[in-house]
Structure formats: C-alpha cells, structure tokens
Design a protein around this ligand. Structure first.
Ligand code: GLN
Length: 289
C-alpha cells in the first residue's frame, strides 16, 4: 500500500502500521521517530507542533528505503550509521557490534577504577570494535595512555574515525588477542578492559533476528567448543602485563560468570563479579595480586 499523502504525519502513521506486526509494543513508533529525527530533524515533539510538515519526493524515498530495511530487521543504528554511547554519537556499521547499554556500565566500572589511580595511567582495550570502551575512557581521562586493539581492519577503520571525530588520541593496533602478549612485551598496564565475543552456540536459539542476521559473528561468538577462549587470552595477557594491584575488567556471558572467575582465580587474581542493570551476572573485575 502506498503512503497516502506527503504530510510527514501521514507517512509516519502509515509506516508505523506497516511495522507494528513485526516489532514489539511501541518499538515501531519509536523506530519511526528516530528515523524522522535523523533524516529531517523532526522528533516526536516537533512533529506534534508541525502537523503540516511535508516531505519532498527524495525525502519520501529516504523514509521508504529505511522502512524497507527495518522490515528486514536491519538494526536502526546500521541504517542511520550511528549509535549513542556514553554521551556521544559513534559511527557504526555492520563491521562492528552496536555498543550496548551494558557496555556503558562496563565503562563506568572502568572509570571508577581509574579514578583511584596515580598518574600516568596506561590502559588497553582488547577487541575494541567501534572503539566505544576506549573512547569512553579516553574522554573521561584525557591524560591516560589508551591503547585499543582489534583483529579486524574494518573495525579499526571505524574506531579510528570515531576517535578522530572526537579529537581523542587513542593508539590503535591491528592484532589478534593471541598476539597481544608478544606485541606488548615489556609494557605494563594499570587496566586491561575487554568486551570479547562471548555468545555461545546454545545462546543462538534465544537471539533476535536483528542481532543474528546483521551483527558481525566475529564480534559475537566464542569458538564453538571453547566458550572461554578469549577470556583465557585476556587472563594470560593480564597476568603478564598488569602492574601489581592493576585490574582486568571484562564483560562476560551471564551463564559463565563463575567459570570465567575461576579462570582468573587459578592464576594470581582476586576476583569480583558484578551484575548488569537487568540483574544478570555480566562483569568480572580481577585484580592482579
Ligand atoms: N551482549 C551482546 C549480545 O548479547 C554480545 C556482546 C559480546 O559478545 N561481547 O548480543
């Protein structure tokens, strides 16, 4: 069915009705208002005040194609190319995970740890993706030396662009986590932080189409028979590269909190698990003894 008129409010109502069967509760209208805000600077309030706002043909097309992508469950952040994280718009694309609210919590935990440290502080983010964690830290502590690594050149392109747009001097490295120990031989860190791939094949069943079909598997999934693979690398890197009393802070699989903690407990760390805002075991802080 075609959009009845070129009045923005009519187009929006039309598309909300089209999306309603595909999305939960009020999600369809929220998505539409995000699109109108992004493309035309018209949020819900402005629209209510400008009921006679009309769209040109090319504007109508923009909305049409965006809605078409929403029908295929493409995340709105990949449609608009940006995601809101820790007070900034970050560039994102299907090469990187869309930063999650849980990961904002991880940044807050990192900032609390850094607050208590004597300068100069040196931090490394293992598997940086869009760069969101490294950026959140560098923005709060401009004096800190912040390193970020990722195996994906595409991800580093996006992370580098995000840092440049925010004028943040972060040192990026294209490396596999397994290569990090050697690459940083002789360098000691105050904080190792990471949100590594931790989703298991079993978790896949419960995942939504917008994540499964669109977000990078490389950033989501742990190796099939070794869900703690990345955590093992992170733990060993931390063992050899953290200063005494330095911390390793990771986001983890809610079902693997104790196993992940035990990995660190078996080395020389004091560990503490913390819940996310949904009450799920989500973060581990491991202090090098
Ligand atoms: N929390 C993300 C999800 O459930 C996964 C993040 C990750 O693998 N590091 O989709």
């Amino acid at each position: 069915m075609k959009v009845p008129t070129n009045l923005l409010k009519d187009a929006v109502n039309h598309y909300i009705n089209e999306l309603k069967p595909l999305y939960r509760n009020r999600e369809a209208s929220q998505l539409l208002f995000q699109l109108t805000d992004f493309y035309f600077g018209m949020d819900r309030l402005k629209m209510a005040l400008n009921t006679d706002f009309r769209l040109s043909e090319s504007e109508m097309l923009k909305l049409h194609f965006a809605v078409k992508e929403l029908k295929q469950f493409k995340p709105i952040q990949y449609i608009t190319g940006r995601a809101w994280f820790c007070g900034n718009w970050l560039q994102v694309g299907p090469e990187v995970l869309i930063p999650r609210p849980e990961t904002e919590q991880l940044v807050e935990l990192a900032l609390d740890l850094i607050k208590g440290l004597k300068v100069p502080v040196r931090v490394i983010d293992l598997g940086t993706g869009s760069g969101c964690i490294a950026i959140g830290i560098k923005q709060a502590f401009p004096q800190a030396e912040v390193h970020a690594l990722d195996i994906s050149a595409e991800a580093l392109g996006i992370a580098g662009e995000n840092a440049r747009l925010l004028n943040l001097d972060i040192i990026f490295h294209q490396l596999d986590m397994g290569q990090a120990s050697k690459a940083f031989e002789g360098t000691a860190f105050d904080l190792v932080v990471s949100n590594p791939p931790y989703v298991t094949q079993a978790d896949k069943e419960k995942m939504q189409k917008n994540v499964l079909d669109w977000e990078p598997a490389l950033a989501l999934f742990a190796p099939e028979n070794d869900p703690l693979y990345f955590f093992r690398h992170i733990a060993h890197f931390s063992l050899s590269h953290l200063k005494i009393n330095g911390n390793c802070l990771v986001e983890l699989n809610e079902g693997l909190g104790n196993q992940t903690a035990n990995l660190f407990n078996a080395l020389v760390f004091n560990t503490k698990l913390t819940n996310d805002m949904h009450g799920k075991t989500r973060f581990l802080c491991a202090m090098r003894k």
